[in-house]
Ligand binder design. Structure first.
Ligand code: RNT
Ligand code: ZN
Length: 418
């Protein structure tokens, strides 16, 4: 089937495929820099990840310098359709002689991200930011909820520095910066005091967000989690804590990571609940597999359902979409591109649903038709429309891009010697 034929099939059910393609081209999706180097960063000597997250695998050619990571990100950008925004962690600070050399996380400044700003400007991208509350000797193991005041202060200062850096990124790049606060604070075993850490966490968040900033430029988020590896029994920033915290402040929104809930809970069902109250929310799109919350995103039912919800709520401008996964067991760039393309597919698929017709069936109580039609929509000629989307974006179609990954592996990754 050709694209014009597919277009006609969709037109027959009232869906304009060209309009869907045009709409999707304007939706920014935040590309997480941390898939390129197993969440390593550049600001501390290589050590174990902490905070309940872990990468597994040791595939060749991981990026170990800013130049390598930038080169890899360019390779990803070359192979994905859609509008890319960069997502940085504070640990990706670039220190050099020009900016005075290394500083600790509580002393980070905008100048340590100047090279990233240049990188984004050259590519016409915005940039999101994340303070990094893990993989550092000052995790005791708690950070913002630590009973040790010296530890807590260090991390609050890191948070405040991150607000200033986020404001700088937004101003330099002319696109809002989503600044996400996630920590792995919690305990392996049942704690004796659950409220103490949560009260200190609240105080720390308040101190960080009281750092002057423009909430139309910096969208601060609180990301919750249910448990992490080594942090199985208690998480300070639980779902309830983060929802309630975001509700207390006009300058904080909810970030939901779909790998951070109980196995039968779905984020797709939570989006409309948040949007009924809040103008904005943010997502980390990922895939949970048993204990791991960070497998490569697939074009699977839940990813589709999340995207359908964003579209059906007419909220493509209200929900900040970011990716969050890290797989070190396969070609990292192939993993990055696969997940990004799958999210683009899910968004396009959502934009190609005859949502008004389906809604009418629901409102009229015609659930038999809704079920039958919903199933038929799954076998519409979606692949042709996705091909056309890639063509319009000037990017390789499915079936055309993996050879570039193989060539890059041979020409670049294999020569890195690790
Ligand atoms: C961890 C959280 C968090 C991190 C990134 C690196 O469980 O999902 O968002 O993955 O900040
Ligand atoms: Zn996340």
């Amino acid at each position: 089937m050709s694209y014009p034929e597919a277009k006609q099939k969709y037109a027959a059910i009232g869906v304009d495929t060209d309009a869907a393609i045009r709409r999707l081209m304007r939706v920014p999706v935040s590309l997480h820099c941390w898939q390129g180097d197993d969440v390593g960063g550049f600001d501390t000597p290589e050590g174990a990840l902490s905070g309940g997250i872990q990468t597994t695998g040791n595939y060749m050619g991981k990026a170990t310098t800013p130049a390598e990571l930038m080169q890899d990100i360019d390779q990803v950008i070359a192979l994905v359709p859609g509008r890319v925004k960069l997502n940085l962690h504070a640990s990706y600070a670039i220190f050099d002689e020009e900016n005075g050399g290394p500083v600790d996380r509580d002393k980070l400044e905008p100048k340590h991200y100047k090279k990233w700003v240049e990188f984004c400007k050259e590519r016409g991208m915005g940039c999101d930011f994340n303070p990094t509350f893990f993989g550092h000797p000052m995790c005791d193991p708690l950070t913002l909820s630590s009973p040790n005041e010296e530890t807590r202060r260090f991390w609050v200062e890191h948070g405040k520095a991150s607000v200033r850096i986020s404001q700088y990124l937004a101003e330099e790049l002319g696109e809002p910066c989503v600044m996400n606060i996630w920590t792995g604070d919690g305990y392996k075993d049942t704690p004796a005091d659950r409220i103490g850490p949560r009260l200190r966490y609240k105080q720390s968040f308040d101190e960080i967000l009281d750092e002057p900033h423009d909430p139309k430029k910096v969208y601060a988020c609180a990301e919750s989690k249910v448990f992490g590896i080594g942090v199985e029994s208690y998480t300070v920033g639980s779902a309830e804590w983060c929802l309630k915290y975001a509700a207390t402040r006009k300058d904080c929104i909810t970030l939901m990571d779909n790998g951070h809930y109980h196995p039968t809970e779905v984020v797709s069902d939570k989006i409309s609940a948040i949007l009924a109250y809040d103008e904005h929310m943010a997502l980390h799109v990922t895939r949970g597999v048993r204990w791991d919350s960070d497998h490569v995103v697939l074009f699977d039912d839940e990813t589709k359902e999340i995207c359908k919800e964003i579209v059906r709520c007419d909220a493509l401008d209200r929900v900040f979409i970011a990716l969050d996964y890290f797989d070190a067991s396969i070609n990292r760039i192939g993993a990055w591109v696969t997940g990004f393309r799958n999210l683009q597919k899910a968004l396009l698929f959502a934009l190609l649903q005859p949502n008004e017709v389906l809604k009418k069936m629901q409102d009229e109580g015609d659930f038999g038709s809704l079920l039958a039609f919903g199933e038929e929509l799954k076998t519409f000629p979606f692949g042709e429309v996705f091909d056309e989307y890639c063509r319009v974006c000037g990017k390789p179609l499915d079936g055309e891009w993996y050879p570039a990954i193989k060539a890059y592996e041979k020409d670049v990754l294999a020569k890195r010697g690790h």
